[in-house]
Design a protein around this ligand. Structure first.
Ligand code: PMP
Length: 428
């Protein structure tokens, strides 16, 4: 496949946009080469500026769980756009999506909509700090919660891909209030809590990590965090920006039967439009302005196009009892196929998956935290990525990302992908 026109478009973009992209990991810096410029997408496929058709495993980094340009979402947006694109005033639609989200997610009474996952996590932490009257938070190395200052401490995803997990521009004062723990290591968390008595407002984590590859929590990790939080008056924040409405209707809280105090959403909840949200029980949510003292706001928050897209998406997921099983079966099929061909081709690898999230790591050891994720062989990953691209399979241009399986992928697409992995891995 040729990507000539994409390269030309990238050269033009670089003149007027820093690095040619509006979000760093799109730039292919970690894998070399120039990014693909997309023209349109439908179902499981991307159609790029050179006329190539690619099977998409990124899916806008998560939102398109039903495939691209899903008809009910597109129609809902078109119909709403005709009535005005933003009012900055309440609409009935906001109550409808809020009611549905609160019904689908366990253990929450109210939800506030924002414009991105970053905003959701940033606001949830502010609320936790205001509510507990404490300053510090614990986050885990390799977990990504958006690019707001207090999270850019050993962040995963693009931040680590570009070697800036601790970004310049974050003040020492901010950094000192973020304590860093190791994913899947309860003892480490306990030590931090003991060393900072009555100072920790919240523990925030991806309850299934997706920004250092896909790393499910080990047995008792989430339960252990819940117990520690309850014992020490700390709020447990599940960042379900990736996992929310993806791993189950009610996200990881439902999947593992564990209650968080605050839950953050993004991606799927907006159906591909800019939406984030955070939710909790009344006693916490009522601490927010205008009811309570913690301030949080947004000109475009609850925007009608975004809410229409999100509502169409959530309604579809809510009405399809088999969707999450269907997705998990496809993931398991793909994982087994990839494992079979990589083993046959004597490649050293580990795969992780849960529900519709899967990652392939080029290292023999189990990948359970950031340190083990970082051991993957990046030279092999680069060959893997570019080889798949030549075959028409588009995975994320970084070894720290998760692949997202969509309902639009057929078993023929999965077989095609497994055959591509076979062909490419013979050349390692
Ligand atoms: N939290 C998690 C778990 C994420 O995966 C992301 C984005 N990849 C974010 C927060 C930030 O969301 P956004 O990019 O919409 O700001």
């Amino acid at each position: 496949m040729r990507y000539q026109r994409s390269s030309q478009l990238f050269a033009e973009a670089e003149k007027v946009i820093p690095g040619g992209v509006n979000s760093p990991v799109r730039a292919f810096k970690a894998v070399g080469g120039t990014p693909i410029f997309v023209e349109r997408a439908k179902g499981a496929y991307l159609y790029d500026a050179d006329g190539n058709r690619l099977i998409d495993y990124i899916n806008s980094w998560g939102p398109m769980i039903l495939g691209h340009a899903f008809e009910p979402v597109v129609q809902a947006v078109i119909e709403k756009a005709k009535l005005g694109t933003s009012f900055g005033m309440p609409t009935e639609l906001e109550t409808q999506i809020a009611a549905l989200a609160v019904q689908m997610v366990p253990n929450v009474d109210k939800i506030r909509f924002v414009n991105s996952g970053t905003e959701a996590c940033m606001s949830a932490v502010r609320l936790a700090r205001g509510y507990t009257k404490r300053d510090k938070i614990i986050k885990f190395a390799g977990c990504y919660h958006g690019h707001s200052d207090s999270f850019l401490i050993q962040a995963g995803s693009g931040a680590v891909t570009f070697g800036s997990p601790n970004s310049p521009g974050v003040t020492a004062g901010t950094a000192k209030d973020t304590l860093l723990a190791t994913y899947n290591d309860l003892t480490n968390v306990e030590t931090l809590i003991k060393a900072n008595p009555n100072e920790i407002a919240a523990i925030i984590l991806e309850p299934v990590a997706g920004n250092m590859g896909c790393i499910p929590p080990q047995k008792d990790f989430l339960e252990g965090l819940r117990t520690l939080c309850t014992a020490h008056g700390i709020l447990l924040i599940f960042d379900e920006v990736m996992t929310g409405f993806r791993l189950a209707k009610g996200g990881v809280q439902e999947l593992f039967g564990i209650q968080a105090d605050l839950v953050c959403f993004g991606k799927v909840i907006g159906g591909g439009l800019p939406v984030g949200a955070f939710a909790a029980r009344n006693e916490i949510m009522d601490y927010l302005a205008p009811l309570g003292p913690v301030y949080q706001a947004g000109t475009l928050s609850g925007n009608p196009l975004a809410m229409a897209a999100g509502l169409a998406m959530l309604q579809t997921l809510n009405n399809d009892a088999a969707i999450f099983d269907r997705l998990a079966q496809k993931t398991a099929y793909l994982r087994a196929g990839i494992e079979k061909v990589l083993t046959a081709n004597q490649v050293v690898f580990t795969t992780n998956s849960i529900g519709s999230m899967i990652s392939v790591h080029f290292d023999a050891n189990p990948v359970v935290d950031f340190q083990s994720a970082a051991k993957g062989d990046n030279a092999t990953f680069k060959k893997f990525f570019h080889g798949l691209l030549q075959e028409g399979v588009y995975i994320a241009p970084s070894a720290y990302e998760t692949w997202f399986i969509t309902d639009a992928l057929t078993y023929e697409d999965l077989d095609f992908t497994i055959a591509a992995v076979d062909k490419v891995s013979k050349t390692f």
